[in-house]
Design a protein around this ligand. Structure first.
Ligand SMILES: Nc1ncnc2c1ncn2[C@@H]1O[C@H](COP(=O)(O)OP(=O)(O)O)[C@@H](O)[C@H]1O
Ligand SMILES: [Mg+2]
Length: 356
């Protein structure tokens, strides 16, 4: 959670300081006023990267040498990020230089929902794995260990395959790959089971059309159903040698929900797809808080796109009940702002906080 946020020379935002509330913050402004840039600044601070660009150079205000984002987190801990065109990225947490970006991410659990949030259905398995792994990273300390170890071993195995090493040299890695892979599978399944329980409840309140729907989780381990990873690796060694990499394993896992026995992508409208993504993020925030006792920062870009007034209202009402600090942008708010919301107006990169 952030209690104070300063942004300097990031895109068209010249210099602003905001005092966001712990609950719902709504940022209103015309197209091109700088709303998404404010969300980008928060995202940058929590994750050390942008959701818009790979090279942070384009986020630095034209003609300026650097951008800065400085904030205070929950326990009044200062965190600051600077990206300079000449010297690159530097981050300070509690007045000391940061060694690893994951330290920052673990301080500030954050989820971002883009304006056209059909990611879940369009982006493929990697995105969906990352979604579930995000939750595990925050609530299950052993997950990170297993996943990092798994990735390292996989790299070694793949490199042995590419170098046309002898079979027993390739298969040397299998034992460890299997033990971490199995641990990852167990943790992901457990997390998905928890997730669907919270998801059901949240989705039925923001999307009442599906109030009485039946939900089912489908998890694909990343190898053939009914087999163990051990058998899968052993059977596929010839194929792996031909492909030049290890195809089966936890890195190839995927999952989906079925609703009333349908794949949601086949039956949902665009708006419902957006509500679906939102409910997933909200459910993750709820689980994270139960274990970590920390609010998730939820960035929601363009609430009004694809959602009518009633559904926007549903989303805002549900957010009020959840352990999130939300930053929501909109060009125009169709719903009546409540006293519970902190309002900001953006005009040409300048942000005005409205008195409550
Ligand atoms: N590096 C930059 N320097 C200055 N302005 C920029 C830079 N990059 C983008 N912009 C401009 O900043 C403005 C704000 O963009 P954005 O935050 O996406 O607006 P909104 O989300 O309110 O529609 C846009 O007019 C955009 O063209
Ligand atoms: Mg925008």
């Amino acid at each position: 959670m952030l209690s104070q946020l300063s942004i300097r020379t990031l895109r068209n935002v010249n210099e602003v300081t905001l005092f966001p509330s712990a609950g719902i913050n709504i940022i209103i402004g015309e197209n091109g006023s700088g709303k998404t840039s404010v969300l980008e600044a928060i995202y940058l601070l929590a994750l050390g990267k942008s959701f818009r660009t790979r090279t942070l150079k384009s986020a630095v205000q034209f003609g300026q040498p650097q951008l800065q984002v400085i904030a205070r987190t929950n326990g009044n801990i200062p965190v600051g990020l600077q990206f300079s065109i000449l010297d690159g990225l530097s981050i300070r947490l509690n007045n000391a230089p940061l060694k690893r970006l994951s330290e920052l991410a673990s301080q500030l659990p954050l989820q971002f929902i883009p304006a056209n949030s059909h990611h879940f259905f369009e982006q493929g398995p990697k995105y969906r794995r990352q979604l579930i792994d995000w939750g595990l990273f925050h609530v299950e300390p052993s997950f990170n260990f297993h996943w990092q170890s798994y990735k390292k071993i996989l790299k070694q195995r793949n490199s042995a395959i590419r170098q046309h090493k002898k079979r027993d040299e390739i298969q040397l890695w299998d034992r460890h790959l299997i033990s971490h892979g199995e641990a990852i599978t167990q943790l992901r399944k457990k997390q998905l089971d928890k997730l669907i329980i919270e998801f059901k409840q949240i989705f039925s309140s923001i999307c009442p059309t599906y109030k009485d729907a039946q939900y089912e989780v489908k998890y694909r381990e990343g190898w053939l159903k009914g087999e163990t990873l051990k058998t899968a690796l052993a059977k596929a060694i010839h194929r792996d040698e031909q492909l030049g990499y290890t195809r089966s394993g936890s890195h190839a896992a995927d999952w989906s929900f079925r609703i009333n026995n349908f794949d949601p992508v086949d039956v949902f409208s665009r708006g419902q797809q957006k509500l679906f993504s939102l409910a997933l993020c909200m459910a993750q925030a709820k689980i994270t808080e139960q274990v970590k006792h920390e609010k998730t920062i939820l960035l929601l870009d363009d609430l009004s796109s694809e959602l009518d007034k009633d559904h926007q209202q549903n989303v805002l009402q549900e957010l009020e009940l959840l352990p999130v600090q939300a930053f929501i942008t909109a060009t125009d708010l169709d719903v009546r702002p409540s006293k519970k919301h902190t309002m900001f107006h953006v005009e040409q990169g300048a942000v005005q906080q409205q008195d409550r």
